[in-house]
Ligand binder design. Structure first.
Ligand code: GDP
Length: 321
């Protein structure tokens, strides 16, 4: 069946799922809604790490090994910056800096982050829509034993080592969904919402905290399919498992499912986690077990196809009911 899928995603896990859907769906059938809670300013440049990871991945220019930035980067500008006494805790490659220079320049000319993202995506030859969740300022912060930390301070400078006590989304209460997110959630052709295997607290949480987003998902009554970023009690990459424990949740797919309770209608877990399925069903979600480790483009595409097949079956069943 045709119609549009809204994929909510962060950087690394999100970009993999975005690549899978982009390989399967026409540009008109996919809206990739990206977290901006990690955005920050560095030496006067506006950096949007998740938007760039998704953009570089869809353009097949990303550095898959590092999980951020462009392949084949050089670091001359950064080295010179450090020689001049500038900060060294955040790394930006020479080509990557061009993205941030252009984004910053267009934002200063008064363009919205949505418009700038559209311009940058087209310049990368990407046909699919990559959309920031909001054009307004929304910043993830981590309350730790060492005080309140801005996201990049916690994640990059302190390598996510401080114990997290609480995750805050500064500015979320006043943020409005970006025009494309608002239109997509209201559009009659919207079939389903997919929550990528991104970090629930750091990538999905900021977007779900934008007033109206969660409520609209509920009101539309469409399938909301969340894919777990945790497999067999471990994050594939990053601090998701560490955060689960620190925030008092069980370090399993069940802990993630609790986060998505009352948001997701379907939860996709790895076959290795099948023993948690009954407890997740008891939270009110349907469970689908499959292989959700998607390191390669082929695996990303086959998971996207499997989710679309699942959606076809759901739609056929409810049509027949
Ligand atoms: P970030 O904003 O760059 O941290 O990116 P995301 O939040 O989108 O992605 C981080 C999450 O992706 C981590 O919690 C990982 O466990 C998850 N992840 C990365 N690769 C995979 C994968 O192949 N499969 C699944 N299921 N999760 C993955």
């Amino acid at each position: 069946m045709s119609g549009c899928i809204a994929l909510f995603c962060g950087g690394v896990g999100g970009a993999k799922m975005a690549a899978g859907f982009a390989a399967t769906l026409a540009a008109s059938d996919l809206q990739i809604i990206v977290n901006v809670g990690d955005d920050f300013e560095f030496c006067g440049l506006n950096i949007s790490p998740d938007l760039d990871t998704v953009m570089y991945t869809l353009a097949d220019r990303h550095d898959a090994e590092k999980g951020w930035g462009l392949r084949g980067e050089t670091w001359t500008t950064m080295q010179r910056l450090i020689e001049l006494g500038g900060p060294s805790w955040f790394q930006l490659g020479d080509q990557d800096i061009a993205t941030h220079l252009w984004r910053t320049s267009l934002l200063r000319q008064g363009q919205s982050l949505s418009d700038v993202t559209h311009t940058l995506s087209r310049a990368h030859g990407i046909a699919h829509s990559i959309v920031p969740a909001t054009d307004e300022r929304l910043r993830t912060q981590i309350r730790t034993g060492d005080g309140l930390l801005d996201f990049q301070d916690y994640f990059v400078r302190l390598r996510a080592q401080p114990v997290a006590l609480e995750i805050l989304y500064a500015g979320a209460e006043h943020a409005r969904p970006s025009p494309a997110l608002r239109d997509c959630l209201a559009h009659p052709s919207l079939r389903a919402i997919v929550l990528a295997p991104s970090n629930p607290w750091l990538s999905l949480g900021p977007m779900l905290a934008i007033p109206g987003v969660k409520e609209t998902l509920g009101r539309r009554g469409l399938p909301v399919i969340a894919v777990s970023p945790i497999i067999a009690g471990k994050a594939v990459k990053g601090p998701a498992a560490k955060l689960l424990g620190e925030l008092g949740a069980e370090i399993t797919v069940y802990g993630v499912a609790q986060f998505y309770r009352n948001v997701a209608t379907h939860f996709v877990i790895d076959q290795q986690d099948a023993m948690h399925a009954d407890r997740i069903r008891a939270l009110g979600m349907k469970v689908h077990c499959t292989d959700i480790l998607i390191p390669s483009p082929a695996r990303q595409r086959s998971l996207a196809e499997e989710l679309l097949d699942m959606l076809d079956r759901l739609e056929t069943a409810s049509f027949g009911a």
